[in-house]
Design a protein around this ligand. Sequence first.
Ligand code: LRH
Length: 499
Amino acid sequence: MEKYYLAVDIGASSGRHILGTVKEGKLELQEIYRFENGMKQKDGQFCWDVESLFTEIKEGMKECRKLGKIPLSMGIDTWAVDFVLLDGENRMLGNAAGYRDDRTKGMDKKLYEVISLKDLYERTGIQKQIFNTIYQLMAVREETPEYLEKGETFLMIPDYFHYLLTGVKMQEYTNATTTQLVKAETGTWDYELMKKLGLPERLFGNLSMPGTTVGPLTGAVEQEVGFSCQVVLPATHDTGSAVMAVPLCPVEEESTEDILYISSGTWSLMGTELSKANCSAESMEANFTNEGGYDHRFRYLKNIMGLWMIQSVKKELEEKGEAYSFAELCRMASEEEIASIVDCNDSLFLAPVSMIRAVQDYCQSSGMAVPKTPGQLAAVIYNSLAACYGNTVKELEAITGRSYPAIHVVGGGSNAEYLNRLTADRTGRTVYAGPGEATAIGNLLAQMLAAGEFESLKQAREAVYRSFAVKEYKPDSPGLPFYPAKGKPVNKHEQMEEK
Ligand code: LRH
């Protein structure tokens, strides 16, 4: 009898249900459902439609029933930092505001009246991003303090969905660290900080680690979807799940402290794994973050604007009646000579009214060639991203004192061949691209580890390496897909053995 596990992975632009199983030490995946997501304006605020997302979660679960593949367990991961507040009767107070909403404008100044940025970083190790939960909670305190007074529970988005599925409220650790309210040293809520900020402690219960069983589905959900299973916490922060699925080559790589990764999607999260957080001033100045990972490891990384810029340009062009696929934009970009580079991490690009205008204005005001055609715009964006990766490698090497020969690009963006080539060239490192479904795979791994399918994360990562095709890109050379003559993609390790 096959044992199935279900990962529900919801990103900023889409969600998917993926069933996973382990066969002869290899992971097998089946995507059974996919749906759209996005922040929408509601009551003058950018919000997530959590109600319709929960309907989609249940619709996807029904597919398991239809296929006759009932999972032993399931877990949900989403983007970080966003949350809901529930009152004593478990009703939402206000909306599930999204991180691109500008309610946090000026909240950094308010926060620093209470605690300096340096002290905050020393305690939490979390990189300043104006949309972090801490700044969002400051905005709640300013605009709707009654929500904090009436609030009984604070739940991050995946915790809220787990609650709707099971009736059990759990607060998962990896995602909680992105609130900037968790102490890096202890991995527990920083109640002292909360007190300083006027945030009621009662909102924040004990943190639970990935692998913890939340509980079985409620009777109502079971009836609706047609089966029951346990809900088990993955790393509910999508990036935490993606980093769990960075493949580890048993021959070349001892641990993920030896390698760099980029979790590439709407955001590009570039970094390494550390066993101890680095909360130094140097690290803070370089804007690196120490997000909590599986097994109390730290995801030491930089948050880079990512594919959001090209996604926004693509959408804008579509609205003007000019539709291009990402592959077409990449091809057009590769034929352009434009040398302009923008700073992807400039807050200008976080939520501009027009991304095309934002890129053009940036180039204009810094005296660089202004991109006009879709190909030129795409070239500037992809080259800027790769240049940012190049700088980040240098910063990481300077801070950790290590040298990293290779970069693993995982997640949906690992399919962007053109960007992979630019990344290899601009970083001067070998790029290993894949797997594309890293986030869902990582979600599954946490459940599988809890069920005893693997003994350790290292073993699980080695299974990822054996199970999925990885493409290699050497600097200054075209991407070389690892396709042996007979056709099926193999991974780099098998390829080396063939030589
Ligand atoms: C990626 C991500 C990232 C966060 C951002 C809000 O989806 O979770 O790690 O910083 O969304």
